[in-house]
Design a protein. Structure first.
Length: 197
């Protein structure tokens, strides 16, 4: 199965989840994340802002802000094919719909931060395998960004069980995640890559 076919199949299944299912599964996943040592020890956490039935991150953002962590959110620079990073001051007042309809910082609320300052990254994706390989949306934004973080920065991917597949056919530029968290389990991946056939 091609990456395009996997993407289409998984997104169709994810989009078929009801609002109640999304909320319930997201709650279970976020509860697992905030209990992790990697989260508890992180002073600066980057969190994606969910859209289109992704695992919901609002509660994570609110809990991190309440715990006085620095919360970083991405802004998609479509023209340069890169993510810009901003410290979030007020949620959700600092945000507005941006590229692809995803919430991102308003221009007057943009507070830049370097990737190396981030202690933990919450990574979105379409599909994953048990080795942490990730199939994104096809733009390569996160793969380029993740290479700029510190060598000890953990990457955690929240995902529904339906997004976990035997194989996602990673390319040489695809960056795997350290942990995969679903509504049913916490998977420590070891960031091992599956060689392409």
């Amino acid at each position: 199965m091609s990456k395009t076919a996997i993407r289409k199949t998984v997104l169709r299944a994810r989009n078929a989840l009801s609002p109640e299912e999304v909320a319930a599964k997201s709650t279970l996943i976020i509860e697992k994340i905030i209990a992790m040592k990697e989260y508890l020890q992180a002073g600066t956490v980057m969190v994606y802002l969910d859209f289109r039935n992704e695992v919901q991150t609002e509660s994570l953002v609110r809990k991190a802000l309440a715990a006085e962590k620095r919360v970083v959110v991405p802004l998609t620079d479509v023209s340069r094919h890169e993510l810009k990073l901003s410290i979030l001051g007020n949620y959700p007042d600092d945000l507005q719909p941006g590229a692809y309809g995803i919430l991102e910082p308003r221009p007057n609320c943009f507070r830049p931060i370097e990737p190396g300052e981030i202690n933990l990254v919450i990574v979105p994706g379409v599909a994953f395998d048990l080795c942490g390989n990730r199939l994104g949306y096809g733009g390569g934004y996160y793969d380029r960004f993740l290479t700029q973080t510190g060598p000890d920065t953990p990457f955690i991917a929240p995902a529904y069980e339906l997004q976990v597949l035997p194989q996602v056919f990673p390319g040489k530029h695809d960056i795997p995640v350290h942990y995969l968290i679903t509504e049913k389990r916490l998977i420590k991946t070891g960031r091992k890559r599956i060689p392409n056939p």
